[in-house]
Write a protein that binds this ligand. Sequence first.
Ligand code: NAP
Length: 253
Amino acid sequence: MTPTTGRVAIITGAARGIGAAVAKRLSSDGYAVAVLDLDESACSETVDALTSTGGRALAVGVDVAEAPAVEAAVARVADELGSPTVLVNNAGITRDNLLFKMSEDDWDAVLRVHLRGAFLMSKATQAHMTKAGWGRIVNLSSTSALGNRGQANYATAKAGMQGLTKTLAIELGKFGITANAIAPGFIVTEMTKLTAERLGVSFDEFQQARAKETPVPRVGQPEDIAHAVSYFVSEGASFVTGQVLYVAGGPRG
Ligand code: NAP
């Protein structure tokens, strides 16, 4: 039996992309995995992939920025899978535009999902972690936290994720809980596909251009991020907290 056997991990935004890869990795590491996303039926592909390889998994539909829905989702995970002691705040959206064209709705929508979502999910799950005297929180930031043209809302949200992470690390350390952030560079997902569409370039061309400007001359894959999450939530990483790891094929931060 590995130390992870019986531990329950919640991954938000796990129907696809980075979240789905994290769910698969933590399942193969031995965790039972709750796959959370806006639409419960959209989670079935990820859940089927986990259960078909012998893992325990549960699909839960939830908007991470709605407090009562978050409370209900975490309670359901605790009832059906067990008390969650690992949380990966991965759900996210982009609403890119230059500042002078960015609407208040687009500003609010992005901050709502990333910041309010991570706040509510962390608040709801920390009760289980403090009770267990053990926990791991991983927040998805981004290289955009350092500033990125057309992303005033997203860059602000992703910088905010770093402040949240450091504060959670300070408050929760005495309960055996670590909190760390991962700041990915360009990762091949629906999110970056949408960015290519918005810029009017093909996804292939967009990837080639990003790879060219990266010291490790390739684009990132969701599994690159899943590997970093696996490290942060591991038993041996208990003295690593409040950190931001740039997983971007080159130095950042
Ligand atoms: P993605 O493919 O767009 O997946 C994001 C998932 O989050 C989607 O399934 C989406 O559901 C879900 N989601 C959105 N709003 C939600 C909400 N309110 N409640 C619950 N789920 C919600 O994106 P990704 O590229 O995998 O990104 C995952 C995370 O990594 C995000 O936080 C992103 O900002 C961050 N990140 C990505 C990159 C990159 O290059 N891809 C780089 C840096 C950081 P719907 O499809 O229904 O909207």
